[in-house]
Design a protein. Sequence first.
Length: 301
Amino acid sequence: MKLKILLSTVVITLSASGAWAAGAGTTGASFLKVGVGARPLAMGSAGSAVETDANAVNWNPGLLGNIKERSVSASYNMLFIDESQGFVGYAAPIEGGSAWGVGVNYLTVADIEKRLGDTDNPDSRFSNNNTAVSFSYARSEIRPGLSLGASFKYIQQKLDTHSDKAMAMDLGAAYKVNSDWTAGFAVQNLGSKIGPDKLPLTFKGGAAVKLLDGKLLAAADLDWLANDERMYLDLGGEYALGKYVAFRAGYQLGRSQDKLGGLTGFAAGLGAKYEKYSFDYAYVPFGDLGSTHRMTVGYRF
């Protein structure tokens, strides 16, 4: 009985910890709300309309329709104590104006202590492992400038010996108004429950514009987390200093609901490119919980 009580407490705690990076969690598989890719995260998570690479699998599968070359992307997020998250993605164009992609998103909490009684030393240790595998397809020029895409997800979360699974879908659209303006919309995590809990259904839409002869990129998104009853406004910008370096900053309005204090909602970072390689870094603080560091490496070919 004591073990069951302890495990129940850990489940509640981990559900909250998985949502630390995305507001109060009232859903299962909260790790799906932890964004991936240092570039959009440094821009305040305004990523629904920003042309990208394999990270489109996570943000908006409709953006895949605009990619012109194959790309690989790998991200690692240094989160909180014994908690880490990462993403590996691949995307490639297909002849005829289509593209496909695959991605693996994971979050792990390691070294959780298990005790059968009130003792100083744990009887054993276990971990909490969360994984989502996505397969994406997009079609460009459905109508002039319009691309549509979809991702199919297999989601699994494990806590010690307990495991839950779910299936979900992301739907996305990207509309290129002209060479400077792009609009995007995505519905994320539309699917079954995971265990007794609903998935974090999210509606995300916004626009991005290139300014100053393409040196400055400004983006804005509106996020509605339907099952969490939360709404955020994401604002971000990127300034390219020559061909090789870019500086980024962003802010998420609405983070005051999380009551974490400090610089919660703010983000900043930089990116570097050399030939077909790229490296991106994002600094995302969460007030009383501490700061997180996100890193992404990419290759186009």
